[in-house]
Design a protein around this ligand. Sequence first.
Ligand code: SF4
Length: 267
Amino acid sequence: MYSCINLHFTDFCNYHCKHCFVKKENYELSFDELKTIVDKIQKYFNANNIKGRINLAGGEPLMSRNIDKLIEYISSKNIDVSIITNGYYLDDEFIERHINQISTIGISVDSLDYDTNIKIGRCFKANVLSKEQLIHLCNKIRKSGIKLKINTCISKLNINENFNDFIYEVKPDRYKILQMSCDESDIRNRNNVVTDEEVKTFLSRIDYKYIYENAEEMKHSYIIIDSEGNIATDNSHASNISIFNYELEDAIQLLNVDYKNYIKRYV
Ligand code: SF4
């Protein structure tokens, strides 16, 4: 059974990371569509007696004008809400507003260095979240009782960076490191993919407890509903299985989910 559904409900993002796997089609589900999807997910969780979670992702979920009411709606259905954000629009007020509604806030942090962030594309115009701003947000999240997750995607652009000081300072409940993946056809970004050996060296420098997912393990091991309402194991917009035409249970049966790696992620 699947207890976490990733709702990539918007493609919009203010960043343009080189490793981004979101096909920027600039779709976003309407609030009515989102309510229908949440109801279907609730039905699936209830039928299977699961205390489930919806992970809100994008794109950048905080760019959506529906974000507050979406969180409220999911929470009112007694479903856990987590969110993964690049942090740019995250502020104290958002965290305070959702103290009793969000169980985990994940922030993607791929570098603490201005120039590296610019090279990766983790910037809005020339603006980058500073280390101090990130530390402030992380402390605010932890003090509010919401769990903190940090995601770091490693590529040739940040492979030599040492995150230990930052991670020790913010003490995330979960620190996830992902290997950058890239389509064979993506000639522009292929050179930024790190080898398993390089990853090993990177991981050997980390003192903090972490979870690592390599590019292979990530393939087909998510359940994603994308910004067009299609269900898939990735966010490539290649699926045409519309959640609006199926019950969630039936739609999942049509996917080829790598259950072993799915379970490994959520234990
Ligand atoms: S912040 Fe996330 S969604 Fe936005 S461009 Fe970067 S990887 Fe893609």
